[in-house]
Design a protein around this ligand. Structure first.
Ligand code: RB5
Length: 140
């Protein structure tokens, strides 16, 4: 069963729960690092916990906030994290193929749940192309 870590702030709480239900139906083993209600909380703390889990366990992660931007700024401060804020399926596919993205960031106030779940599926099911792209991610 593939394992994945997920987190959100209050602005991404509802979409996080939709993603969890969707991934459980596809037999993913989910590590949910919060938040666990819609009370206001600080996205950098959740991003840090998810980033560290991605690095420690060598698994993929998903972060959701209102825009997806705060989470991506915060997660990308950790060496080895390549967090991608995606609002469409093309960039979700390309960021796996070319950037070996290991965290997907989504914005609940930007991307509706139907599109968000398509983005999640494409991002999770696209493999890194390697080749010329490997040296480039090694330069980061
Ligand atoms: C919370 O209101 C909001 O600022 C946060 O979810 C996120 O969008 C930050 O980038």
């Amino acid at each position: 069963m593939p394992q994945i870590v997920i987190g959100s702030d209050h602005g991404g709480y509802k979409l996080k729960n939709e993603i969890i239900a969707h991934l459980k139906a596809s037999n993913y083993d989910i590590i949910d690092l919060g938040c666990f209600n819609e009370e206001s909380c600080d996205y950098p703390i959740i991003a840090k916990d998810v980033a560290n889990t991605v690095l420690d366990k060598n698994i993929k992660g998903i972060l959701v906030c209102g825009t997806g931007i705060g989470m991506s700024i915060a997660a990308n401060r950790f060496k080895g994290i390549r967090a991608s804020h995606c609002t469409d399926t093309y960039t979700a596919r390309m960021t796996r193929l070319h950037n070996d993205s290991n965290i997907l960031c989504l914005g609940q106030r930007v991307t509706g749940p139907g599109l968000a779940l398509d983005i999640v599926d494409i991002w999770l099911n696209t493999e890194f192309e390697g080749g010329r792209h490997l040296k480039r991610i090694e330069m980061l």
